[in-house]
Design a protein around this ligand. Structure first.
Ligand code: ADP
Ligand code: MG
Length: 238
């Protein structure tokens, strides 16, 4: 079970400071939300956790090891993006098992994993289709399936539902919540939607202008907002 620690982390692009002194210690199996308006630094922080972006100051460790010293694959982190990034020329089955194949997992075991994941996400009927033959919601299920197949120690989600329609978003939100309850794997989930944040998160980091304005449970944030920004954000439209 992975434990993530973000300590005194800042980030500069050129002369521009985009993140300032971020401190978050995640509990085992926690569902942590990073929420805030566009441009506040959510993706940058997530990419730093994934080891895809350099850290200007401070450190991020996963199980005590700096995230800079190993690749995301070695650290067994799986990431799901807003735009699914499926392999367009591979059918759903191959999309899901590709990562396992790269890691040398035997064919029979790959097949079993695909079946298990497909069942969990209710995409058994789609295994032979190409991404272009899927709806937005189906594609995002496949992207989540691909992450699941790797049995990661930590899931990172970057606005995975933000280009789905409202009804589907609510449906998928419930599914992701159930998935977390079932797996008990730690998840860091980025969104700009405060309702999504309040319904999914064990704890929420409310971000604004490169800083964490408040870190707390939905209850704490709702009952006792740390400042006017947080108070104004809760209850605002998505
Ligand atoms: P969010 O995901 O919250 O919308 P981002 O983390 O993408 O925000 O971006 C935070 C800030 O950093 C923005 O002002 C953005 O323009 C800037 N930024 C992000 N990536 C880069 C980059 N590679 N080079 C320069 N500026 C960047
Ligand atoms: Mg972003």
């Amino acid at each position: 079970m992975a434990v993530l620690n973000i300590e005194n982390v800042s980030k500069t692009f050129g002369d521009t400071r985009v993140l300032e002194d971020i401190n978050i210690a995640m509990a085992e199996g926690e569902f942590l939300i990073l929420v805030g308006p566009s441009g506040c630094g959510k993706s940058t922080l997530l990419n730093m956790i994934a080891g895809l972006e350099t850290i200007t100051e401070g450190q991020i460790t996963l199980d005590g090891r700096s995230v800079n010293t190993a690749s995301p694959r070695e650290r067994n982190i799986a990431m799901v993006f807003q735009f699914y990034a499926l392999y367009p020329n591979m059918n759903v089955r191959r999309n899901i098992e590709f990562g396992l194949k790269m890691r040398g997992v035997a064919k029979q075991e790959r097949g079993a994993t695909v079946e298990r994941v497909a069942k969990m996400l209710q995409i058994e009927d789609l295994l032979n289709r190409k991404p272009a033959q899927l709806s937005g919601g189906q594609r995002q299920r496949v992207a989540i399936g691909r992450a699941l197949a790797r049995d990661p120690a930590l899931f990172l989600f970057d606005e995975p539902l933000s280009n789905l329609d409202a009804k589907l978003r609510v449906e998928m939100r419930t599914e992701i919540k159930q998935l977390h309850q079932r797996l008990a794997t730690a998840m860091v989930y980025v969104t700009h939607d405060q309702i999504e944040a309040m319904t999914l998160g064990d704890r929420i980091a409310v971000m604004h202008a490169g800083r964490v304005q408040q870190l707390g449970t939905p209850r704490e944030i709702y009952d006792d907002p740390a400042n006017r920004y947080v108070a104004g954000f809760i209850g605002s439209p998505a």
